[in-house]
Design a protein around this ligand. Structure first.
Ligand code: NAD
Length: 487
């Protein structure tokens, strides 16, 4: 898999693949083997972003008037290109981000489906007709595109998150400037390339890579940017929200500290499986990942035993190896952060009962590997119980009652996803009302969301204005105009 020749990839501005005016590049490395350089990308600066915004602004009037069926045809063609190249793109995604190649392939396919979903849904947007007292007047509302949209995305779902933002933006007639995470620029570029090959007119989608400190401000506070759709950390989201103008719409999908409550009537086998799948899949790097398990006292011992048994069976390794369940962390910052929180767990007095070590020998030598880690005796005020870790660390908190479980579950600043394991319809129904989270599940993992259903968080997990995903995901990208026609 090791590459000897490193290919350089360009920005995409006004329909052309261009070098940055900075004449500087950065490299994307494989987190499973940091000697493997995936590619070299443009270290763009403000001038590149301004050129991209100008192109998007110039393209907007024509794209806004382009028929929905023509826009849909481009999305459908781009979807086919993703599907046809799914094996290659999945390999590239695994090399850049570290997730298992099966998960990577699923992400490529899901992204193609997302383009197709919005190609259809985007053509069903309707307004309303309002009854009024004037017999010679019709009053209707219409939905219009906003203009130029900034799309800023993280590395953990480096193709499917951009797809679920860019597809609804484009189908509703907006133009886009897209900045991906510097950890995963290649797979992001593949989406833009697919749109280019599908015949998207110049300037409608623009792609600029580089550091947030160099390109971030222009993407956020330029007056032509009518909306910013961002997914990433709460700290960056707050910063962007503050810097943007009050006339710029923002949609921020941010961090989480997602709980799984295990009731005393729970199927313990299921509870442990849901914890493994929710807490350790994608090496714990899902925004909806299970990071706290709140367990009733009388089933705690049984649950922890099962959880350790299942955790110890997880194979750690390169995402190209069969059977691997835990890949590397995505970058060095992630590695340091996860190790820091493991230390916090010990310092605060929780008991480390599984994992907790970085793996540095043999096949793990060149990668960012950490064992899946389980802490028990975690108290609700411990840092590992309160703050987002974004790694394979599960904190088990013991409680006596359902009421206490809810109190602990809600006592964090996040509210992205939450789940409960119970056979009681009464408790399950109460939970769906009592819990403060945008996604609530019963007997299912905290992770995963349907393409056709709304997605977003409460509290500091989201701006709580516009939901992403599904039909409702189109709303962020349109504005309502009310029209009075007298005749
Ligand atoms: P990050 O906030 O460091 O970066 C996300 C993107 O924002 C990157 O492209 C980055 O370059 C850019 N960025 C950062 N600061 C910026 C600024 N001031 N101005 C403009 N752009 C800026 O996040 P990350 O490390 O890439 O991703 C992990 C985080 O993403 C976690 O906190 C996770 O919970 C969150 N996440 C949330 C969701 C969700 O839907 N709620 C989904 C996936 C990931």
């Amino acid at each position: 898999m090791l590459t000897t020749q490193v290919k350089t990839f360009n920005n995409y501005i006004n329909g052309e693949w261009q070098e940055s005016v900075s004449q500087k590049q950065f490299v994307s490395v494989n987190p499973a083997n940091t000697e493997d350089i995936v590619g070299s990308f443009q270290a763009s600066n403000e001038q590149d972003v301004l050129a991209a915004i100008d192109a998007a602004q110039a393209a907007f009037p024509t794209w806004a008037k382009t028929s929905p069926s023509k826009r849909a045809a481009i999305l459908n063609k781009a979807a086919s290109i993703l599907e046809e190249n799914a094996d290659q793109y999945a390999e590239e995604l695994t090399r850049e981000e570290g997730k298992h190649v099966t998960d990577a392939k699923n992400e490529v396919i899901r992204s193609a489906q997302t383009l197709r979903f919005y190609a259809v849904e985007g053509q069903t947007i309707t307004g309303e007709t309002f009854p009024n007292d004037d017999p010679d007047m019709k009053v209707i509302s219409e939905k219009e595109p906003l203009g130029v949209i900034s799309v800023i995305t993280p590395w953990n779902f480096p193709l499917s998150i951009p797809a679920r933002k860019i597809a609804p933006a484009l189908i509703t007639g907006n133009t886009v400037v897209f900045k991906p995470s510097s950890d995963t620029p290649l797979i992001a570029l593949r989406l833009v390339e697919a749109l280019h090959q599908a015949g998207i007119p110049k300037g409608v989608i623009n792609f600029v890579t580089g550091k947030a400190s160099e390109v971030g401000d222009a993407l956020v506070n330029h007056p032509a940017i009518k909306a910013i759709t961002f997914t990433g950390s709460t700290a960056a989201g707050e910063d962007i929200h503050k810097k943007s103008s009050f006339t710029t719409r923002t949609q921020m999908e941010l961090g989480g500290k997602n709980p799984l409550i295990v009731m005393d009537d729970a199927d313990i086998e299921l509870a442990a499986t849901l914890t493994i799948n929710g807490g350790f899949s994608l090496t714990g790097q899902a925004c909806t990942g299970t990071s706290r398990v709140i367990v009733m006292k009388n089933v705690r011992e049984q649950f922890v035993e099962k959880l350790i048994e299942k955790t110890s069976a997880l194979k750690i390794g390169n995402g190209f190896e069969e059977g691997v369940k835990i890949g590397p962390l995505a970058n060095e910052k992630q590695l340091k952060n996860v190790l820091k929180y493991i230390e916090y767990g010990k310092e605060d007095g929780a008991s480390l009962v599984f994992g907790g070590e970085q793996l540095t020998e043999g096949q793990y030598k060149q990668g960012y590997y950490v064992q899946p880690t389980v802490f028990i005796n975690v108290k609700p005020d411990h840092r590992i119980a309160k703050e987002e870790i974004f790694g394979p660390v599960v904190a088990v908190i013991e409680v006596d009652t359902y009421e206490e479980a809810i109190q602990v579950a809600n006592d964090v600043e996040y509210g992205l996803s939450a789940a409960i394991v119970t056979d009681s319809l009464k408790i399950a129904s109460k939970f769906t009302k009592d819990i403060q989270a945008g996604t609530v599940k019963v007997n299912r993992t905290t992770t995963g969301n349907l393409m056709n259903a709304p997605f977003g968080g409460l509290k500091k997990s989201s701006t709580s204005t516009f939901r992403e995903s599904g039909r409702v995901g189109l709303e962020f990208f349109t504005q309502v105009k009310t029209v009075y026609i007298g005749y």
